[in-house]
Design a protein. Structure first.
Length: 103
């Protein structure tokens, strides 16, 4: 590892928001960690003000890493009604844990 190089800080997160008639969909790609957690939270809070009663789906299929803060944010989003859609062992396990904790 290079000196001064932080893989979390240099990671990229892409958030694509699609508005459909009954659903607002967040497609999240990359690492949900470090400063990118706050970025997703800001997008989510802004979307909550403009959803107009649409349900929220968060697609995590292309997420490669989630830190503790990212997991906490996803849990909060789920508590507020977001459906978390995962693919892959890591994201499926995290989503299953979040769903189990809500029950």
């Amino acid at each position: 590892m290079r000196r001064g190089y932080d893989p979390i800080e240099s990671a990229v997160l892409k958030i694509t928001i699609e508005q459909e008639a009954t659903t607002t969909m967040f497609k999240v790609e990359g690492k949900l960690a470090g400063p990118w957690v706050a970025e997703l939270e800001q997008c989510w809070r802004a979307a909550m003000n403009t959803t107009g009663g649409r349900s929220l789906k968060v697609h995590l299929r292309a997420v490669s890493f989630i830190d503790a803060a990212g997991k906490s944010l996803l849990a909060e989003m789920h508590r507020h009604g977001a459906e978390l859609v995962a693919e892959g062992c890591m994201t499926k396990a995290i989503v299953a844990q979040i769903v189990a904790e809500k029950s």
